[in-house]
Design a protein around this ligand. Structure first.
Ligand SMILES: Nc1ncnc2c1ncn2[C@@H]1O[C@H](COP(=O)(O)OP(=O)(O)OP(=O)(O)O)[C@@H](O)[C@H]1O
Length: 510
């Protein structure tokens, strides 16, 4: 519908209208609020005064694009010469909104009061709840009381049929809880044994929304393009859908975890392990652990086998970026090719880092991400192998994540787009118990041995790192990873092209 303001005309898609309301309703609400706030009779006068203006105007609330992928809820009020005309406008818009079946009407919301800067409750109450109310969305809100509360509630208790989606107010850890709860519940209801890596998983029907209130919020950034609670709430309200791949991680026939962003062994595993010991430091712990692990410069031996993605899904080093509506994201993952035994390739070596990125892993600190051309929903992950090299070279590789240079254009780095991969560390004595034991046979002192994380006194180099699975440490190093194409759906639309924002909202500087 066209919107006129200060002589300027611009149109708003019906799909991006948040709500429409007659001024009468708004005034009545205000009056009721006034009455309940101070019931001294003065509200009656306000009511009498405004009776004559009723039904002559209506307000449309709609999505307005701001800079850097932010959305705002803007309002425009129209006045009508006749009450009937006003009613017709309002009813017609309401009917059109009601016909959009992708919009949620009931949501189950989990708030982690301890995520990030502990602002999740305030963020929800002040910025999100009023928008849901405006859009007529009913909510059931649960403030979590312990870690994995949301996951367990989704697994066992939640009456999922009552809802059109589940929402977390928190960070990547909370999102992971929702993924684990929802995927597990869907497989259980469908009779799928999650411990068997060969099983094809059933896609979840409920969409997941993320209201960012954590410390990094990478998943939100990668799927919406910004970490802003209002923008996320609006994507939920308009009923956006962004499919997303999920990787299952198994050790033999035991399910370990699901991953949606980064599986990292070596550098990123060590950084997480070390940063967990420094939780008391807050977000600064990641920088310190990163510096320490860079100086420590451990490499790890092992064997990587992988099933290449094949044709039709692009290359990790092509110039394509995962953008809203990109056709590669709709690419059909051929499950049958995942099961083929032929085509597996093997690489043995000494690695500083082994990373599997199911998405670009872009975040405000690294806008390009670990694998800039990785796609959210093409059934593949980009497997990045950084072989043993000098510290200077490793630093060159790391710095390129924040520059325009190609981080893969280095002789010691290789990247493969894969559907599945396995890793077996060297010196892996048994299938289970000794995975995380250190191999001390080498015993050789390293230059920076005094800061060896596991044996500060002896300075030896550990033979095993651990896997960082979306910010959680896995209990095994020998793993089997399979990407499940479009297993979940988010209330998001991927990152919109910058032109959408530059052209449509040059004035909005919020
Ligand atoms: N009530 C709670 N008490 C303690 N821990 C909780 C509670 N609710 C959730 N958690 C756990 O807190 C962890 C961190 O939460 P969350 O992801 O929301 O914030 P964050 O770690 O600051 O952000 P990010 O993951 O983006 O860095 C999650 O792994 C989650 O399991």
């Amino acid at each position: 519908m066209p919107v006129f303001a200060s002589g300027v005309c611009h149109s708003v898609c019906v799909s991006e209208i948040v709500a429409v309301r007659e001024e009468e309703e708004e005034e009545t609400k205000k009056e009721e609020e006034e009455k309940s706030g101070r019931d001294n009779g003065s509200w009656k006068k306000i009511r009498e005064r405004q009776d004559k203006d009723r039904g002559l105007s209506f307000t449309v609330s709609y999505v307005e694009r701001c800079r850097q992928h932010r959305w705002r809820c803007a309002h425009v009020t129209f006045t009508c010469p006749q009450v009937a005309l006003c009613h017709r406008w309002v009813n017609t818009i309401r009917e059109q909104l009601a016909a959009i079946s992708s919009r949620p009407t009931q949501l189950l919301v989990y708030i982690n009061p301890y995520g990030g800067k502990r602002q999740a409750k305030r963020v929800y109450k002040q910025k999100v709840a009023p928008l849901f109310a405006l859009a007529g969305i009913g909510t059931h809100v649960i403030v979590t009381e312990y870690a994995n509360h949301a996951r367990d509630h989704l697994r066992e208790e939640a009456e999922l049929k009552k809802y059109d989606g589940v929402v977390c107010v928190g960070g990547d850890g909370m999102f992971s809880e929702l993924v684990h709860g929802l995927v597990w519940r869907t497989q259980k209801d469908g009779g799928v044994d999650v411990n068997r890596p060969e099983q094809t998983l059933i896609a979840c029907s409920l969409r997941i929304g993320i209201i960012p209130a954590g410390s990094t919020d990478c998943i939100c950034f990668a799927t919406v393009g910004t970490n802003d609670p209002v923008t996320s709430a609006l994507h939920i309200i308009v009923g956006d859908s962004q499919p997303m791949d999920v990787s299952s991680v198994h050790h033999d026939d035991t399910f370990l975890r699901y991953s949606v962003s980064l599986l990292g062994y070596g550098f990123y595993g060590d950084v997480l392990t070390d940063s967990e010991r420094k939780r008391w430091m807050g977000p600064a712990r990641y920088d310190l652990a990163g510096l320490k692990m860079f100086l420590t410069h451990h490499h790890y031996e092992g064997t990587v086998t992988y099933l290449p993605a094949g044709a039709g899904v692009g290359e990790p080093r092509d110039a394509s970026r995962c953008r809203s509506g990109a056709s590669v994201d709709q690419a059909d993952s051929k499950e049958d090719s995942e099961n083929a035994d032929a085509g597996w390739r093997t690489i043995r070596g000494k690695f500083l880092a082994i990373n599997a990125a199911s998405m670009s892993c872009a975040c405000p600190r690294s806008p390009k991400g670990l694998s800039p051309a990785a796609h959210l929903a093409d059934g593949t992950a980009d497997l990045i192998l950084v072989r043993k090299c000098s510290r200077v070279n490793f630093l060159r590789h790391l710095l390129r994540h924040a520059s325009k240079d190609d981080q893969f254009d280095l002789s010691f780095v290789e990247v493969h787009r894969v559907r599945r991969f396995r890793f077996t560390p060297r010196h892996c004595h048994s299938d289970s118990d000794s995975d995380l034991e250190l191999d001390l046979l080498d015993g050789k002192r390293q230059i920076f041995g005094q800061i060896c994380r596991d044996h500060p006194a002896c300075g030896c180099a550990p033979a095993f790192s651990s896997w960082n699975c979306d910010g959680e440490i896995l209990p095994h190093t020998a793993i089997d990873v399979r990407v499940h194409c479009q297993l979940i759906q988010l209330f998001a639309r991927g990152i919109e092209e910058a032109a959408m924002f530059d052209e449509l909202a040059p004035a909005c500087s919020a």
